[in-house]
Design a binder for this molecule. Structure first.
Ligand SMILES: Nc1ncnc2c1ncn2[C@@H]1O[C@H](COP(=O)(O)OP(=O)(O)OP(=O)(O)O)[C@@H](O)[C@H]1O
Ligand SMILES: [Mg+2]
Length: 353
């Protein structure tokens, strides 16, 4: 059985210092430092080829680093690989289930390999099949599963032993939104139960949903880290969105703000289609000044809100690359697309800040 590490929440469950891994000329990891605190989720973001999978492979003892140190639950990847493997769970980027066995047999077998009794292995398998909506397909061979079903089975397999530290390498790539939500809920449940998670992803929404902190890597190097809000703050700026009581007044309102030339407020942009005005601001004082100005000019407001840049914008600003692969857009349901579209429109204003 695996060791549970519910005490010491806040101390580092994963500690990486100066990690280097070369493949010939390629510096897959070029001096990576990071920490995952006990009981939290670290999101590791980065474009294709950044070194995310290599990092996960080193931390799983599947690949040996050329230099640097890495400890997981206190175990050193090079000196204590056997102990380390007992406390981790891994869902790799590519599914690794036994094709000939049924879903239930796959999970049962892994439970037995982890020293669960027959009874416990059976009940844990059934519990996870249920949680991942695989109960109906439980007795079919995995070779007949769809891509999404395999991925769910793979995730269930990594959770059998209730690992103290779980690595999820792009766990929801290619999954439909409903299945993606199921996976997120399951990860959140494991974290609530005390697990520590290192999650690589290219989906900003996934990072926002799950991660307490983020590390952005590019070409094997850490280029940014911090909490989601901190990274957003680094990029700077917010957008104040004002809804006039009379939507037709949006243009006049934007003109009034621009002409007033308030300190630090470069201008305002009317969005006639939405009947709102967007104002890039840098401080709460500017928010107050804009609202006061509109009051003094006799405009009635139906509402105001502010928006931070989305993580997509942060990623773009930091790495110079778009984060979300095309299939992520395709997989989104119409509601998601609607929200994403709205967010992007908001942020066009903020990029100009
Ligand atoms: N076994 C290997 N042999 C040679 N080069 C490799 C090997 N594994 C990874 N690399 C190279 O190391 C770099 C980092 O790869 P890695 O798979 O860690 O990136 P990644 O961030 O996981 O990318 P993706 O988002 O596409 O999964 C890439 O340039 C890759 O081609
Ligand atoms: Mg990868």
């Amino acid at each position: 059985m695996t060791t549970r590490l519910t005490e010491n929440r806040g101390t580092a469950a994963v500690e990486v210092r100066g990690l280097v891994k070369h493949y010939g000329e390629t510096k897959a990891l070029d001096g990576v430092d990071l920490e995952v605190r006990q009981g939290t989720v670290l999101g590791v973001l980065g474009p294709n080829g950044a070194g995310k999978t290599t990092l996960v492979r080193v931390l799983s003892t599947l690949v040996q680093p050329d230099a640097g140190t890495a400890r997981v639950a206190g175990y050193d990847v090079l000196r204590e690989p056997r102990q380390l493997r007992r406390v981790i769970g891994l869902t790799g980027q590519y599914a690794s289930v036994d094709e000939k066995l049924s879903g239930r047999e796959n999970l049962y077998m892994i439970g037995r390999l982890l020293d669960l009794s027959r009874k416990d292995a059976r009940s844990r398998a059934d519990e996870l099949l249920e949680r991942f909506s695989l109960t109906e397909a439980a007795r079919r061979p995995a070779m007949n599963y769809s891509g999404g079903m395999r991925r769910r089975l793979d995730l269930a397999a990594s959770m059998i032993g209730r690992p103290a530290v779980l690595y999820l390498d792009e766990p929801t790539t290619g999954l439909d939104p409903r299945t993606r939500n199921e996976v997120w809920e399951e990860v959140q449940r494991m974290v609530a139960e005390g697990a520590t998670v290192l999650l690589t992803t290219q989906y900003m929404e996934e990072a926002e949903q799950l991660a307490n902190e983020l590390t952005v890597i590019d070409r094997g190097r850490v280029i940014a880290n911090g909490r989601v809000a901190e990274l957003k703050a680094k990029v700077g700026g917010r957008t104040l969105q004002i809804s006039p009581a009379e939507p037709a007044q949006a243009a006049a309102m934007a003109a009034a703000i621009t002409e007033a030339g308030l300190d630090g407020v470069a201008g305002a942009i009317a969005d006639p289609a939405e009947g709102v005005v967007n104002v890039p601001i840098l401080s709460d004082g500017q928010l107050t000044a804009v609202v006061a100005l509109l009051g003094a000019r006799g405009f009635s407001l139906a509402g105001i809100s502010t928006h931070l840049p989305s993580l997509d914008e942060v990623f773009l600003a930091i790495t110079g690359q778009k984060s979300t692969p095309q299939d992520a857009q395709d997989a989104n349901d119409p509601d998601d697309q609607q929200r994403a579209g709205t967010a992007r429109d908001d942020e066009k204003v903020e990029v100009a800040v």
